[in-house]
Design a protein around this ligand. Structure first.
Ligand SMILES: Cc1cc2nc3c(=O)[nH]c(=O)nc-3n(C[C@H](O)[C@H](O)[C@H](O)COP(=O)(O)O)c2cc1C
Length: 358
């Protein structure tokens, strides 16, 4: 058995899957159908639970359990404590964000929210208890290192844990926590930069450099994410020492994902250099296409800290989506968007799986 085959076998055995291919979780845009489809094809389907309360988590997990008997992964965002990423919220931030975004609200015909919500997000404790009750085969985290209690609670139920690193020192910190595998995510990836030891702007490493350095630094299998969209990317990641891959953008384009057609079309028509890392839409750094909203919010210079900015833009984005407008929604996608040619999950999966056996 070659080293490469031994590495992928370690990961597939650990997760109970046939192919070392993980569907990236999408906070807000995961769908039960896509998650179950990837698991049924022999990969690890993931579902992003960002913003879900306990009731929605229970409902979603029950629907995935009903749609597949294969292992799947539930993903949560850890609360950043001593936060290096978010500026502290100041009095007046909420109103200032609403004022700055008023032109977009006017354009989609929605009112600027007058009051903040009672809670921007459900607590991590509530989400984690619901994840434990849901008994997925795997739970994955972003934005930090799970506590010893969280690790122990998963162990007690036989749930495998995966952390996410944007730098070598983050990977080492995750390795020390006793988790089972580490996603190493390069700056090419779509969605948020999930850095937790430094500002994401100070943690920007490309996959080609990051993957082998993380592989050399940690004891657990490494799952490569960021920029992988076809068999060549999979083969490259495995050659760099990864045990598997996590793919987002290519699966997001499929008709089985929960995104909308304007977003799907943008993934098919955006060049790599037209994606940008921006705080404009959510208050945290994330990669997506530069559309009018990104350009105008950046030019305006008023961006509230996460989660306020994300909540506030979300109120006009939902209307923009309803109107089929690509210029006023978050067009999250990675630099490999132009490589994405398939619109069905099976085609994407088979293309990626071909890179494992190449
Ligand atoms: C719309 C979108 C939402 C995402 N949300 C999450 C999330 O909630 N949790 C997470 O771990 N990763 C999230 N990611 C990252 C993906 O799971 C995956 O790691 C990444 O897309 C891989 O890079 P690629 O886009 O180049 O394939 C998101 C990515 C996108 C495009």
């Amino acid at each position: 058995m070659t080293d490469r085959t031994a590495r992928t076998a370690q990961l597939t055995t650990m997760f109970g899957i046939d192919h070392p291919i993980v569907l990236g979780p999408f906070g807000g845009l995961s769908s039960v159908g896509l998650t179950a489809a990837v698991s049924n094809l022999g990969g690890l389907g993931s579902f992003g639970l960002y913003g879900y309360d306990a009731g929605r988590i229970a409902e979603t997990a029950a629907a995935i359990h009903a749609a597949t008997s294969r292992p799947f992964n539930l993903n949560v965002w850890l609360p950043l404590t001593d936060d290096p990423t978010d500026a502290p919220l100041r009095p007046g931030d909420f109103e200032a964000a609403g004022d700055a975004l008023r032109p977009f609200f006017d354009e989609v015909g929605a009112p600027v929210p007058a009051e903040p919500p009672a809670e921007y997000l459900p607590s991590f404790a509530e989400q984690w208890d619901a994840v434990l009750d849901a008994r997925p085969a795997v739970a994955s985290f972003v934005f930090g290192v799970p506590s010893a209690d969280v690790v122990a609670s998963a162990r007690a139920r036989g749930i495998r844990l995966v952390g996410t690193a944007t730098s070598v020192d983050e990977a080492i910190a995750l390795d020390a926590s006793g988790i089972d595998a580490i996603v190493a995510t390069g700056l090419e990836a779509g969605g948020h930069r999930v850095s937790f030891l430094r500002q994401p702007e100070q943690s920007l490493v490309g996959s080609m450099s990051l993957i082998p350095q993380v592989v050399d630094a940690v004891s657990v299998p490494v799952i490569a994410a960021g920029g992988i969209a076809d068999r060549r990317g999979v083969a490259a990641a495995l050659a760099l020492g990864a045990a598997g891959v996590q793919v987002g953008t290519a699966f997001l384009r499929t008709r089985q994902s929960a995104t909308n057609d304007a977003h799907r079309a943008a993934i098919g028509s955006t060049a790599a250099h037209e994606t940008v890392l921006t705080r404009a839409m959510s208050g945290r750094l994330a990669r997506g296409a530069r559309n009018r909203a990104v350009s105008e919010i950046e030019a305006g210079g008023v961006i509230a800290p996460f989660p306020v900015q994300n909540w506030m833009t979300g109120k006009f984005r939902v209307e923009a989506i309803r109107l089929g407008r690509a210029d006023l929604q978050s067009l999250w996608m990675g630099q490999s968007a132009p490589l994405v040619v398939h619109d069905d999950v099976r085609d994407v999966f088979e293309e990626l799986a071909a890179g494992v056996s190449d």
